[in-house]
Design a protein around this ligand. Structure first.
Ligand code: GDP
Ligand code: ZN
Length: 462
């Protein structure tokens, strides 16, 4: 176990909940809690059995002044999330109360935890691997149930198990390589081992490719689909935005990191988290181009995963509409023809021709018609033919995706080399590297464990 000081933080989300929890983890957790906790019976927390809950009051050490009425859970390591001693103080919700409790704990010897520090400890203490630790972070940030399922699957070790399987297969490849190096004089050894190496390596390659195929969806689930609502003034952009926000709970995001001129809002559209970009622009000046300038708006449009381009059913397409069509011609967009409750003056065939193979959805936001179809179009666009997030192993984390790409390159090199009759020790380098890179995903790449595993593989047959 690593040596750590004792940390504390509020572990429930901010806001007026019914209860809020201050969590303490570390060697001093019990002692610190005991210093300020007073049960009616006068019993000390230090003597209480592990995994029990206690009612009482928190008091200032010097003045004895009551700070809060609480329930305190004490959990002795290693059967805790961090594997350290953990105390959870349940207090009445309300930011002021919880903060008072936290301050009291900090004054009595704990250090304020950094973001993610409890999870980091769980990883360093071997409770979870790196990809699971990352999943905990994703879970906290999950914006839809689907995103949550992906994170839960990963936390449960789904990705870790698959990565472990792939690495096991690579160890077996390396075992074949070893045989080859040990008995270079026998030609039939090579004839036997190369096909086996190829078969296993190709399987690993295929699995990595499959994982990478889920990455764009995984990334969207995790980070949201950045969406811009575009269109001339008065076509119904604000109305569309409000309708999406009202029907689907808007998710307020961290203020941190959002710049002032681009404001983001999340809505959950059938499991797809839409990150609505520049909603302030739509609300305030109605025109993204006018508001942030041509260049900047072009950039915002380019960075968007999806554009909802709104035109007016009641009017023929204007020059400005045509210009906007032209601007977004290579982008991912859906045309929303709004105000179908009014007389038709738009040429729908022309719209469809301009939109090429993109979807064209007609709506009357005023009468709440067509928004369902639009939502369906958005969600099917991103989940077409895909397995439900609950079953698939998704990769959504940029770090994992980058490592998988590297691993794919290495294993491909190894396969090409094996097919080209390159000396096996060259192949060994690429396969070992693949094994290491995959290990970085779960935070376990030590040359030593490679050797140990190799050794155990070998002993089996000897
Ligand atoms: P924006 O300028 O593109 O944001 O357009 P708004 O959402 O502000 O809408 C402009 C006007 O069109 C408002 O008076 C809306 O009430 C109206 N509007 C929006 N959607 C519809 C619709 O489907 N039918 C009708 N008849 N009016 C609509
Ligand atoms: Zn508007």
């Amino acid at each position: 176990m690593f040596e750590f000081d004792t940390i504390a933080a509020i572990s429930t989300p901010p806001g007026e909940g019914a209860i809020a929890i201050v969590r303490i983890s570390g060697e001093e957790a019990f002692a610190i809690a005991d210093r300020v906790f007073h049960s009616p019976s006068g019993k000390s927390l230090m003597e209480a059995p592990s995994h029990t809950i206690h009612y009482g009051h928190l008091k200032e050490v010097d003045s004895g002044q009551v700070v809060e009425e609480v329930m305190v859970s004490i959990m002795k390591g290693p059967k805790t999330f961090t594997r350290e001693d953990v105390v959870e103080i349940n207090c009445h919700g309300g930011l002021v109360t919880v903060n008072r409790v936290l301050q009291l704990i900090l004054r009595n010897g704990a250090r304020m935890a950094e973001p993610g520090e409890f999870t980091k400890r769980a990883f360093l203490n071997g409770r979870i691997d790196l990809s699971q630790a990352e999943a905990v972070m994703d879970l906290i940030r999950a914006k839809t149930d689907r995103a949550m399922n992906v994170a839960l699957g990963q936390m449960d070790g789904k990705l870790s198990r698959l990565i472990t399987q792939l690495r096991q297969a690579l160890i077996e490849v390396l075992a074949q390589v070893e045989v080859n190096i040990d008995y270079p004089e026998y030609d039939d050894v090579e004839e036997m081992t190369i096909p086996l190496m190829l078969e296993k390596s190709n399987w690993v390659k295929g699995e990595i490719e499959k994982l990478l195929q889920t990455s764009s969806q995984g990334k969207i689930l995790r980070e949201g689909l950045s969406t811009v609502i575009l269109g001339r003034p008065n076509v119904g952009k604000s109305s569309l935005l409000n309708s999406l926000v009202q029907e689907n709970k808007a998710i307020v995001t961290d203020v941190a990191g959002t710049t002032r001129d681009i404001i983001e809002e999340y809505v959950n559209v059938r499991g797809v988290p839409l990150r609505l970009v520049d909603t302030a622009g739509i609300r305030e000046t109605e025109d993204i181009v006018e508001r942030i300038g041509v260049e900047r708006s072009r950039q915002v449009l380019h960075e968007a995963d999806l554009i909802l381009f709104v035109v007016n059913y009641n009017q023929a397409l204007t020059d400005e509409d045509l210009r906007l069509f032209e601007t977004i011609q290579d982008m991912n967009y859906i045309v929303v023809v709004n105000k179908t409750d009014l007389e038709q003056n738009i040429d729908l065939d022309q719209v469809k021709t301009l939109a090429k193979d993109r979807r064209v959805i007609t709506t009357s936001i005023l009468n709440e018609e067509g928004v369902d179809a639009l939502e369906e179009a958005i969600s099917s666009m991103f989940f077409e033919g895909s397995i439900d997030a609950g079953d698939a192993t998704y990769v959504s984390n940029s770090r994992h995706i980058a490592l998988l790409h590297q691993a794919l390159d290495r294993i491909t090199d190894a396969i090409n080399a094996a097919e080209a009759d390159v000396p096996v020790d060259m192949i060994q380098i690429d396969v070992t590297r693949t094994w290491e890179i995959l290990g970085e995903i779960i935070g376990d790449t030590m040359q030593e464990s490679l050797l140990n595993q190799l050794f155990s593989q070998f002993c089996l047959g000897k």
